[in-house]
Design a protein around this ligand. Structure first.
Ligand code: 6OD
Length: 469
């Protein structure tokens, strides 16, 4: 039974709910669900810890971040097991991406914060400088697709900046957060600095609306983001949102076709397509279109399957497979439910799917699906490719495949997206700004941008009197 973690202690309060293994559909754990009292208790614990934590020199807080990174290393196998039990992720991906990124997040933000200079300005006898103060208590709302990676991506900069936090993981993936709570206690982190509560969106709603929560960071759907935004508007709380995407991949005729096909496979199917950065719209130069489609469709049938997170999400993805057909698509690969003949048949799998032939105005090509699926369409010119990529209400990420250096820069700079990858996908430097434009979010995190969000500058100006001549 998973309990909340409040004020450094496990708290077994509230009714319970089940978490299902997406591979088999079986219940893997029961979890306590935060009610209004639990939410309030967690926020109070965070607020009580806030003063001492904020007063600690940043170098000491950076030391705590390094200790948490060591704690993750010590509990690595437990974190891997918890993450896989909740998500059905492949072992290799969990061991090389999800959990290591937690370690990297804490180490990177320890360095970035400890080395960050303050601003100072001197002009005609007037000296101004800034000091940065933490915001107070930050609500950290984490999605189910990369639970540990995204929780730590937000926690590390929030904590090192001097905030205390209340984390609300997705109800579908509480396991790795529960192990993290244990390792915070094992590391001796001061009680109340990290609090973790479990529950559904209703618990998240109570959390973000709590008057003592000073800021909200959220990664998830655009629909939930707009709900949170409205809820916190009348208290003018700072928000940082990384939301949905309908990301484009552009494959030019001068690309290295082998690399472009493999890159597309990765960008469409990784994590079962359940990454906000995944490509759902591929545009391919007409001269290589048929060849590219044939190769992508063949590779789609070979990828390691990862289940959808829930029965409900599988239904949603399958409804888009049906929609594609009803909108007139040609299905090049997949389009259905795989049959294994074993325990996985009661899990939440769908076939990796490639379709073509739909208009840009089809619902399939406009709405985020968040599954292992993409639409492929031909283009004739660079200008057309840019227009097609930009013709979406979303603008999180885009990927280009070309060997022409001028074209790479020219096109990348014209794309309406917060992130553009050239001849690669989801390659991360944690110092870079990360986030989206249009419906894909508001604000940027990453490197000093995270530190900017999790703190506020006070400008101090002194007039320097000149001695009498
Ligand atoms: O890698 C990251 O830092 C990041 N924020 C990934 C977000 C993925 C969304 O599904």
């Amino acid at each position: 039974m998973l309990t909340h973690f409040i004020g450094g202690q496990p708290v077994a309060a509230g009714k319970t709910f089940p978490v299902h293994d997406p591979v088999t559909g079986a219940v893997v754990r029961q979890v306590h669900e935060a009610d209004p009292e639990v939410v309030d208790r967690a926020v109070r614990a965070a607020r009580e810890a806030a003063r001492d934590w904020a007063a600690m020199p940043v170098g000491e807080r950076a030391g705590w971040m390094r200790r948490l990174a060591e704690g993750i290393e010590a509990r690595f196998d437990d974190l891997v097991a918890a993450e896989i039990a909740d998500t059905g992720k492949p072992l290799d991906q969990t061991r090389t991406l999800d959990i290591p990124r937690g370690i990297a997040n804490f180490r990177a933000f320890a360095e970035i914060a400890a080395q960050r200079p303050e601003d100072a300005f001197h002009l005609s006898g007037v000296l101004s400088y800034t000091v940065r103060r933490p915001l107070g208590v930050v609500a950290v709302i984490v999605p189910w697709n990369l639970p540990f990676l995204l929780m730590t991506w937000k926690l590390a900069p929030a904590l090192v900046s001097g905030n205390t936090v209340v984390v609300k993981p997705s109800e579908q993936t509480p396991g790795s957060a529960a192990v993290f709570a244990e390792l915070c206690a094992e590391a001796g982190l001061p009680p109340g600095v990290v609090n973790i509560i479990f529950g559904y969106g209703s618990a998240g709603q109570l959390l973000v609306e709590h008057p003592w929560v000073n800021a909200v960071t959220f990664t998830g759907s655009t629909a939930t983001g707009t709900t949170i935004m409205k809820s916190v508007a009348d208290r003018v709380k700072p928000i940082s949102f990384e939301l949905g995407g309908k990301n484009a991949g552009l494959v030019f005729e001068d690309c290295d076709l082998d690399k472009a096909v493999e890159g597309a496979v990765k960008s469409v199917f990784t994590n079962g397509g359940q990454v906000c950065l995944c490509t759902e719209r591929l545009y391919v130069h007409r001269s290589i279109f048929e060849d590219f489609c044939a190769r992508l469709a063949a590779r789609a049938q070979e990828v390691e399957l990862q289940p959808m997170i829930s029965a409900e999400h599988r239904e949603k993805v399958l409804s888009y497979y049906a929609l594609a057909r009803s909108e007139g698509a040609k299905v090049l690969a997949g389009g259905s439910v795989p049959v294994f003949g074993d325990h996985r048949d009661s899990g939440y799998f769908v076939e990796p799917t490639v379709v073509t032939g739909l208009s840009e105005w089809s619902r399939f090509n406009r709405e985020e699906i968040f599954g292992p699926v993409c639409h492929v369409a031909p283009f004739d010119s660079e200008a057309e490719a840019v227009d097609l990529a930009n013709g979406s209400e979303y603008g999180l990420a885009a990927t280009l495949w070309t060997t022409n250096l001028d074209r790479a820069h020219r096109v990348a700079q014209r794309l309406e997206a917060g992130l553009v990858w050239v001849n690669t996908w989801y390659l991360r430097d944690l110092r870079t700004p990360f986030g989206g434009v249009k419906l894909s979010g508001i604000g940027r995190e990453g490197g000093t941008r995270s530190l900017d969000f999790y703190s506020e500058p006070t400008t101090i100006t002194i007039k320097l009197e000149q001695p009498d001549a």
